[in-house]
Unconditional design. Structure first.
Lengths: 136, 382
């Protein structure tokens, strides 16, 4: 079974150990970005960014509940904006929760879970993706 | 010394669906109407600034001239998401301020067809839509609204009231796509697209075009200032870095920056405004912009709509045209159409929906990604 591909470039799949999300932190202003970059969008510092392994824990900042999407996309789903502990803001589906605004508290502690995506590309490749779920 | 810039003519076609017409034809219809309104001809125009987004690579401005007169003047085509039309207007303003021209034509035009949800564009690999949240515009603006709810407790009902108001306003605007009342229960009970935005809280995909003729002060005086409207501020910003904005677009910071600069340039404040046409691409967005534009204090936007202060007869009328929610949102035309709306009130020519005694108005658009354009217009004291 070949190794799955990452659904987004900032999801890293090491040969050994668990997958994780990678960010880059500016050594000058401490801003944290998803993925790779060499210049800081906040302070314009060049070559002052270091790769950081982002936390699997975070807090639900805000969400939407999408009931109408593009053809073929299963609905409804909760799209979550999550602030990770130690920096970095990530968007993803929040699962294991009712898609009901009464039941989704803002500030909810969440954790990342990594799973094989339910879609393959045209060549049949599998992708690894992440979801958020309420922290247990 | 650079000269002030005036709008001496402006018009728009009724927003709607025109599948039988081409994009340049729609733009030409608006251009000719604006020229007629100004009492000048295409041959008086020294440059054309044309905003269009969905055919941004297809020389729409030149094709407008192929419809109405190929005079060889410079044409600049602009694309800046939903700030496309306002960016074209500002380019025209900039050129006159720079002393290059005395008379320029600005056109904003778009043919949307059934463009759907927009956003969520493809990249390599697999689509992330519905797996890593949503990239659709209704969802992005739902999340922007939820940030306001998180800070201030703003409710679904308060967001929905914006849509009730703008649909109500549009019943008095013959150029609006829809002219139909939508009571609160209809808005809240409509199909949920992305909570908290129902279908009636999403802007309408329509075809449309709007145009304006801009003149330097000396040329405007020569032609007669009678119906001219002064552009007392023209501001364009991009999004300054904020901590979440590469994941969750920030429509607030660029608007606040633009508003501050616009009020300074015009020498007016939010309390001097008689009407505002702001970017209600979704009902949630209008609530945010009440505060971003300083129409009320931070945290009071929900109260502003509860108290009906932004109705046409309220303290600060917002989107008396019906806004993007009911008049419609043809991307590249929107920023010029809201200038048409405010200018028409300042001229006292808005008919049934006229804001009485309007002297100063503000237009605002946001192109996600982001661009914010604000223009402040003033009636000329004759």
């Amino acid at each position: 079974m070949p190794k799955p591909l990452p659904i987004v470039p900032y999801l890293k799949i090491p040969d050994e150990g668990d997958p994780y999300l990678e960010g880059h932190r500016c050594l000058d202003c401490r801003a944290v970005f998803l993925g790779e970059r060499s210049v800081c969008a906040n302070c314009s510092a060049r070559d002052r960014l270091e790769a950081v392994r982002l936390s699997n824990h975070g807090e639900l900042y805000v969400y939407s509940i999408t009931h109408r999407s593009f053809p073929g996309v299963e609905t409804p789903y909760v799209g979550a904006i999550v602030d990770l502990e130690g920096g970095g803001t990530v968007k993803g589906n929040l699962i294991h929760i009712d898609p009901d605004p009464e039941k989704i508290p803002l500030g909810l502690p969440v954790e990342l879970t990594y799973q094989i995506a339910p879609r393959k590309d045209a060549e049949g490749n599998e992708y690894l993706m992440y979801y958020f779920q309420p922290r247990t | 010394m650079s000269e002030n810039v005036y709008i001496i003519g402006t018009d728009m076609i009724r927003f709607g669906r025109y599948p039988e017409k081409s994009v340049p034809r729609l733009g030409a219809d608006a251009a000719l109407a604006a020229l007629d309104d100004a009492g000048v001809g295409l041959r008086d125009m020294q440059a054309l600034y044309c905003g269009n987004l969905l055919q941004a690579g297809a020389m729409v401005g030149q094709r407008v001239l192929q419809e109405i007169g190929q005079t060889g003047i410079p044409v600049v085509n602009t694309a800046n998401a939903c700030a496309t039309g306002a960016t074209a207007l500002r380019e025209g303003w900039t050129a006159i301020r720079a002393g290059l021209y005395d008379l320029v034509l600005v056109v904003g035009v778009e043919q949307m067809g059934k463009a759907g949800l927009l956003g969520g564009g493809g990249s390599k690999g697999i689509s992330t839509e519905g797996l890593l949240g949503s990239g659709t515009m209704p969802a992005i603006f739902a999340e922007a609204g939820m940030e306001h709810a998180r800070k201030y407790g703003t409710t679904f009902e308060q967001f929905a009231k914006v849509s009730v108001k703008n649909h109500h306003h549009s019943t008095r605007n013959p150029k609006s796509m829809y002219q139909k009342e939508t009571p609160l229960e209809d808005v809240m009970g409509a199909e949920m697209i992305s909570y908290p935005n129902t279908k009636l809280m999403c802007s309408v995909n329509v075809d449309g075009a709007a145009a304006a003729v801009l003149a330097s002060e000396s040329k405007a005086r020569e032609l007669g200032l009678g119906r001219a409207v002064k552009i007392s501020a023209s501001i364009l910003t991009s999004d300054p870095y904020t901590a979440r904005d590469l994941t969750m677009p920030d429509i607030n910071t660029c608007t606040r920056l633009a508003a501050k600069q616009a009020y300074e340039m015009a020498g007016v404040g939010p309390n001097d405004l008689d009407l505002v046409e702001l970017h209600d691409c979704f009902a949630t967005a209008e609530i945010l912009h009440y505060e971003n534009l300083g129409l009320c204090a931070d945290g009071e936007a929900g109260k502003l709509i509860d108290e009906r202060q932004t109705y046409y007869d309220g303290r600060i009328p917002v989107n008396v045209s019906g806004g993007l929610l009911s008049k419609g949102h043809p991307l590249g035309a929107t920023g010029v159409a809201n200038v048409y709306e405010v200018a028409t009130h300042l001229r006292g020519e808005a008919g049934e929906r006229q804001v009485a005694g309007a002297k100063v108005g503000l237009t605002h658009v946001i192109g996600l990604g982001s661009a914010c354009a604000i223009h402040i217009l003033e009636r000329v004291a004759v």
